[in-house]
Write a new protein. Structure first.
Lengths: 341, 337
């Protein structure tokens, strides 16, 4: 890693990076905060799923819950409108502890989930997510039940008010970028390579002396870190958290985002997230504009999702790959797709 | 049975003692000390009966799920939607014709037909692709949930049981002895008793069909090794479609049952999908007796939980699942494969 050379960075990174950094100059506060801020956060949660699913072969529906635990803990340890429960710690104490608790939760869920494989993992993580949702909804002592917490505001720190849309956009962008490169880096590290080996053939990796279970649980811990950071950001973005935010619907939304974007590369979840957020924000108006009832938005998402998973299990990234394969016959060395379908 | 006792003498003893305690708690009048400790016997008995009837409902939903999974390794996460659709159809038919029994048949036929379509259009094309099946069925359940919301709205629907099933029945179980010496018996809704008996009957019929008939033999052979079975000339796709139709139809029937003694509303699909997941995880994937045991355990846990520690009843269910996963990942009654 010593031969760090700017020329080795693909041009797409320069273009996208510059565009994202200059975004505040060309878009309104609403777009920055509610579209890009939200998309980056959802993208991070979906990224944690992509890491587990794409590199570890474990599709976990518990990532939204991990983010929710971090959000809840931020509200409980920090400040919120519910004075009776919130402890009112300063942010630099509350946020790390919240992230730590969420990581412990994610790791424990992972430790349970890795006892199973394939479809069982999906079922068990779904069951954990739903159990936590019901628990948070019924518990009034710690989680304040049905209504949850509101007025959880991003702090003023280092002389910047992070509630400001531009500041929040850069905050989200920084952590999303950090998570993206972290996943990319880990995927090429010995740990990431071992994880991919375990995904492809756990028995052979076990025979080679790798501790399969420990690698899988560690993958959950790493994914939980990303999801937890995103959870804190999410709770600052919406300034509230309630059981509705961690119910089955949002958990499956995260899966949809990751799959629609593509599980093959860490950029997929962010593509999926921006599509999802744009749809969620504007589909209502679009549906009304063409004369349909706006409430049928969920139907649109469902059918779109069905079409994508039915025709391409690799999501938008898979479609892009296929299109490039068809167009790019000039590059026979790398243009060949190895594992189609 | 004897083999189990010989192999696990200690656990057999514990199970025997627990069963004897339960029988005593059900039939004998409670001493006042016990009442002071855990409340009235009436509360205990109705929690027990509610738990068993809820377990019967869970069994109806989960047995279809586990049958489909056991034979075809198909993961149908739209199973909860099938349940809810059955409930709505049952409501419409019962409301329109006034015949409660007819609603069961209608729900079974319509939801079973939907099951055939699902198997033919969706699952046949993606055999062995777990993740794709999961995603596609999640998509289907989202679409179905929204379509049902479109048609039936967000209201609660309850299917009315006919007159001869309404009202309570007095069971020959003593709940308390008054100071005057008068004996108080337990009263319980008759419709729940009927549902319980019907579920047990369906369970026994299913076991008989699986173990004593030719088609059951084919299904069991398919669970063991479907490649060899199809190599012997059995048209396995037909068996698959039959099982899928039956499993889906059972979910539809369960929807009518659920709509009768609870209610049907948006969100019930997720609830029952989760319940079937937990039941089959606890009981053991692909095993009908496992589904029965898991359903009763989870139903009891929910009811006793909501009576004795109301805030944390869901956590109790979850705790059972965690314990089973930690000590018997294959489920309480594993299908052995």
């Amino acid at each position: 890693m010593t031969d760090w050379d700017l020329r080795r960075i693909p041009s797409a990174y320069w273009v996208v990076g510059a565009l994202l950094l200059m975004m505040p100059a060309i878009s309104s506060n609403f777009i920055l905060f509610s579209i890009f801020g939200w998309a980056l956060i959802l993208g991070m949660i979906a990224l944690s799923l992509m890491f587990l699913g794409g590199y570890g072969g474990m599709v976990s529906l518990v990532q939204m819950t991990v983010a929710g635990v971090a959000g809840y803990m931020t509200a409980i340890l920090g400040d919120s409108a519910i004075d009776a429960i919130s402890l009112g710690w300063v942010w630099w104490l509350a946020v790390p502890v919240a992230i730590l608790i969420a990581m412990v939760f994610g790791t424990l869920s992972g430790a349970l989930a890795v006892r199973t494989e394939g479809i069982y993992t999906i079922m068990i993580t779904l069951a954990i997510a739903t159990a936590f949702f019901y628990f948070a909804r019924q518990n009034y002592v710690v989680f304040n039940g049905f209504s949850g917490f509101n007025q959880i505001l991003a702090p003023e720190a280092f002389g910047v008010n992070w509630r400001n849309p531009v500041a929040f956009y850069y905050l989200a962008l920084f952590f999303a970028g950090l998570a993206y490169f972290a996943v990319l880096y880990v995927s090429r590290s010995p740990f990431g390579l071992a994880l991919q080996g375990i995904r492809d053939n756990p028995r052979r990796m076990a025979a080679l002396g790798f501790n399969v279970t420990a690698h899988r649980i560690a993958a959950y811990t790493f994914a939980s870190l990303i999801a937890a950071v995103a959870g804190v950001l999410l709770v600052w973005q919406t300034s509230s958290i309630s059981p509705g935010a961690i119910s089955v619907g949002p958990a499956i939304d995260i899966l949809i985002i990751a799959v629609v974007g593509g599980l093959r590369h860490p950029v997929g979840p962010f593509i999926g997230a921006i599509i999802f957020v744009l749809l969620r924000t504007f589909a209502l108006d679009a549906l009304v504009a063409v004369g349909l009832a706006g409430e049928r938005f969920q139907l649109l998402i469902g059918i779109g999702f069905l079409v994508i998973v039915f025709w391409s299990s690799d999501g938008v990234l898979g479609l892009w790959q296929r299109w490039r394969d068809r167009a790019g016959r000039t590059d026979p060395l790398t243009g060949q797709q190895k594992d189609a379908g | 049975m004897t083999a189990f006792i010989e192999r696990r003498p200690f656990w057999s003893f514990i199970i025997l003692v627990a069963a004897a305690l339960l029988v005593w708690a059900i039939f004998a009048p409670w001493p006042s000390g016990l009442t002071g400790l855990i409340g009235k016997k009436k509360v205990f008995l109705s929690a027990l009966f509610n738990g068993v009837t809820l377990g019967a409902l869970y069994f109806l939903v989960a047995s279809g799920f586990t049958l489909i999974f056991g034979l075809m390794k198909n993961v149908n996460l739209a199973h909860g939607s099938l349940y809810m659709l059955g409930g709505y159809i049952g409501y419409e038919v019962a409301d329109f014709t006034g015949w409660w029994i007819l609603s069961f048949i209608a729900a079974f036929v319509v939801v079973g037909a939907l099951g055939i379509i699902l198997q033919y259009v969706v699952f046949r094309r993606m055999e062995g692709e777990d993740l794709k099946q999961t995603l596609v069925t999640i998509g289907i359940s989202i679409v179905l949930a929204d379509l049902m919301l479109w048609v039936w709205g967000g209201d609660f629907y309850q299917i009315l049981a006919p007159d001869w099933l309404s009202g309570p029945i007095t069971l020959p179980l003593v709940t308390a002895v008054k100071s005057s010496g008068q004996v108080v018996f337990l009263k319980y809704p008759i419709v729940r008793i009927v549902i319980l008996i019907a579920s047990i009957a369906i369970g026994i019929l299913m076991w008989l069909a699986l173990n004593k008939t030719r088609i059951g033999m084919l299904i069991r052979a398919g669970v063991d090794d479907r490649e060899i079975l199809s190599a012997t000339g059995v048209r396995i796709q037909r068996v698959f479609m039959l099982v899928f139709a039956f499993g889906a139809g059972l979910a539809g029937v369960a929807g009518v049952v659920g709509g009768t003694f609870q209610s049907i509303a948006p969100g019930e699909d997720t609830r029952f999908l989760l319940a079937s997941l937990v039941v089959v995880i606890v009981g053991g994937m692909g095993s009908i007796p496992g589904a029965a045991l898991g359903a009763v355990v989870i139903g009891m846990a929910e009811q006793f939980g909501s009576v004795y520690f109301p805030t944390y009843s869901v956590v109790l269910t979850f705790l059972i699942m965690v314990l089973v996963l930690a000590f018997r990942p294959q489920g309480l009654i594993a299908s052995g494969r």
